[in-house]
Design a protein around this ligand. Structure first.
Ligand SMILES: Cc1cc2nc3c(=O)[nH]c(=O)nc-3n(C[C@H](O)[C@H](O)[C@H](O)COP(=O)(O)O)c2cc1C
Length: 152
């Protein structure tokens, strides 16, 4: 059976991102990775507090990752962007290779430019990390469209 991980990239552990992710996966056995619980240093500012390797340990054994993020300033949250930045030149990031992922991002009123930017980002990350992007959906915080389109 596929192991599924929901990666909540909102600082709000019980907010809209979490609610939508849990609704998408309501009939699917899964684990939750609350990124807000981890201290991930900025690229170029890594110190002994950094927990990126702990995140990779959580990801290592799963087959499918559902990444959820709020939209901040017309793109994904800083938590997700910092995680993506940190994939650069990090040997441990190899654990992502071959994994399937879904990405959803929600905001109060995401515009077309945001949708295009986030879709482009998801596709580039998939290609560069050797991952299989199954679906990317960007929509409003009520989550109805996202839940409709991301069906497991
Ligand atoms: C700093 C900040 C910037 C935001 N920028 C946008 C934006 O550009 N577009 C948008 O649609 N929503 C924006 N929002 C609204 C959030 O995406 C929205 O409230 C979201 O549902 C929060 O998700 P959460 O409950 O998981 O934290 C912004 C919110 C914050 C706090």
């Amino acid at each position: 059976m596929n192991r599924v991980l929901f990666m909540n990239c909102s600082p709000n552990k019980n907010g809209n991102t979490y609610r939508i992710g849990e609704k998408i996966l309501e009939n699917v056995e899964h684990d939750v990775l609350q990124m807000a619980d981890y201290k991930i240093c900025q690229y170029g500012q890594v110190n002994e507090e950094d927990q990126i390797r702990d995140v990779f340990k959580e990801i290592e054994e799963v087959d499918i990752i559902v990444i959820g993020a709020p939209i901040y300033w017309y793109t994904v949250s800083g938590i997700l962007k910092t995680f993506i930045d940190r994939l650069y030149l990090l040997p441990e990031a190899e654990v992502l290779k071959g994994k399937k992922f879904y990405l959803f991002a929600q905001g109060s009123a995401p515009d077309e430019a945001t949708k295009n930017t986030v879709t482009f980002l998801a596709n580039r990350v998939a290609t560069l990390m050797g991952m299989e992007l199954k679906e990317v959906v960007i929509d409003t915080s009520d989550g109805n469209e996202i839940i409709d389109k991301l069906n497991f």
